[in-house]
Design a protein around this ligand. Structure first.
Ligand SMILES: C[S@@+](CC[C@H](N)C(=O)[O-])C[C@H]1O[C@@H](n2cnc3c(N)ncnc32)[C@H](O)[C@@H]1O
Length: 395
């Protein structure tokens, strides 16, 4: 089993009964669960952000207790980054943060309203070590308290994660000189943050550089603490896989690749297209993947400006209604939203999505398509049809 598969079991168990949760933890093995929890807590604590600023390493032991066993892991944060599990000589102050394993699983992987910290404890180093020779600033590195605080916060589910800040920190251009997407993402994704979600993003990033990318997948992993993030890319990005992040190699316009992806990972709650941005690819992905979206799901298309750009993207800024271009296609969805209102059956060909798109939200370069039944009756249109028929038969 991969880390992601085991974490998916914990995410499900953490919203179930105490019996289910305990049975799942016992089945996976307490040591294995403690390792997965430690990785998740370190990720959410964003410790790697503090590392580069530090001249002196900070060490914290994260310890999970379960019946008569305990599972401690040393976390070392230093200039070179974060090391988990390295056993360093004890010449620096060590703080121990501990919590009952079952309670921690519920808190970290479950819905926020079930979070509990009853068993959580912090054992600080001896004051003599902290304040060596009466000069605390020398014995306690500057980042010591922020690091302990971040670990406690993420173990307690009280971490703060602002999407624009996360975007900038993780290195995706979703908030950058190029785009200002987070405010729109927040509006639509905010209410979903605490849910257990299956999210697919087309375009992992880094293009042909296999070891580069996953900036936005990591951003979403922070933003949606209970989601599994799938990333589709034409290049092999498997070296970027980690717990809750799974990359799949494939071309977004290749129906066979998309079918295999949907069989492996679907259905999805959210699909984000940040791939090639070539209209033909965008539309091929939408045509198949919209059907793989759960009811109430959201389909997002980024970088709509490319629909107008001929160089690189084969777009067109003269013919603005051609449905072969992304923007022209999106405009057809607006008519589909009103399919009940057409008086003449031959005025417009029905589209398969007409009954399943209940909202299209457009922002600068960004579009959210909301999946849900669009079956509202139109009594007024029925009346109009009758009037028109009466008019014609009487003339
Ligand atoms: C703009 S980057 C994605 C950036 C990433 N989503 C982020 O925000 O950090 C676009 C990615 O799409 C991938 N790509 C290009 N054409 C593709 C295609 N036809 N199918 C799948 N992926 C494609 C590229 O390899 C590249 O890594």
């Amino acid at each position: 089993m991969t880390d992601t598969q085991d974490v998916m079991r914990l995410l499900a168990a953490a919203e179930g009964s105490e019996t289910t949760l305990r049975a799942t933890v016992d089945d996976l093995g307490s040591a294995r669960v403690a390792t997965l929890l430690t990785g998740e807590v370190c990720f959410r604590a964003r410790l790697d952000e503090l590392g580069p600023r530090m001249s002196t390493p900070v060490r914290v032991i994260l310890e999970f207790q379960c019946t008569d066993q305990s599972f401690p892991t040393m976390i070392t944060v230093e200039g070179g980054g974060v090391r988990v599990g390295a056993d360093q000589p004890a010449h620096l102050p060590v703080t121990v943060v501990s919590q009952d394993l079952y309670e921690a699983v519920r808190t970290v992987y479950g819905p926020r309203e079930l979070a509990a910290t009853v068993s959580q404890a912090v054992r600080w180093p001896e004051m003599a070590v902290m304040a060596a020779a009466g000069r605390p600033s020398e014995a306690v590195p500057t980042a010591f308290y922020p690091i302990v605080q971040r670990i406690i916060r993420s173990l307690s589910r009280s971490e703060h994660a602002d999407l624009a800040e996360l975007a900038a920190e993780c290195g995706t251009d979703k908030w950058s000189a190029l785009h200002r997407y987070p405010e729109h993402y927040n509006r639509h994704f905010g209410p979903l943050r605490e849910r257990r979600l299956n999210v697919l993003e087309i375009g992992v990033g880094g293009f042909d550089e296999t070891g580069l990318g996953a900036a936005s997948l990591r951003m979403w992993k922070h933003y949606f603490p209970r989601a599994v993030l799938y990333g589709l890319d034409i290049a092999d990005k498997s070296s970027l896989d980690e717990a809750r992040i799974v990359t799949v190699r494939g071309d977004q316009s290749d129906r066979a690749a998309l079918t295999a992806l949907a069989d492996q990972a679907g259905p999805f709650d959210i699909v984000i297209d940040d791939g090639s941005h070539v209209s033909a690819d965008v539309l091929a992905s939408f045509e198949f993947l919209f059907g793989q979206l759960n009811p109430n799901g959201l389909y997002v298309i980024e970088d709509l400006q490319t629909s107008y750009w001929k160089p690189m993207f084969s777009g067109d800024d003269y013919d603005l209604t051609d449905p072969k271009h992304t923007m022209g296609f999106i405009k057809t969805l607006l008519d589909g939203l009103h399919h009940q209102e057409f008086l003449h059956v031959d005025a417009r060909a029905e589209q398969p999505t007409d009954h399943w798109i209940r909202g299209v939200h457009i922002y600068h370069n960004l579009c959210f398509i909301e999946k849900g039944p669009n079956v509202e009756e139109s009594p007024f249109a029925n009346l109009m049809r009758r009037w028109e028929n009466t008019d014609q038969s009487s003339s």
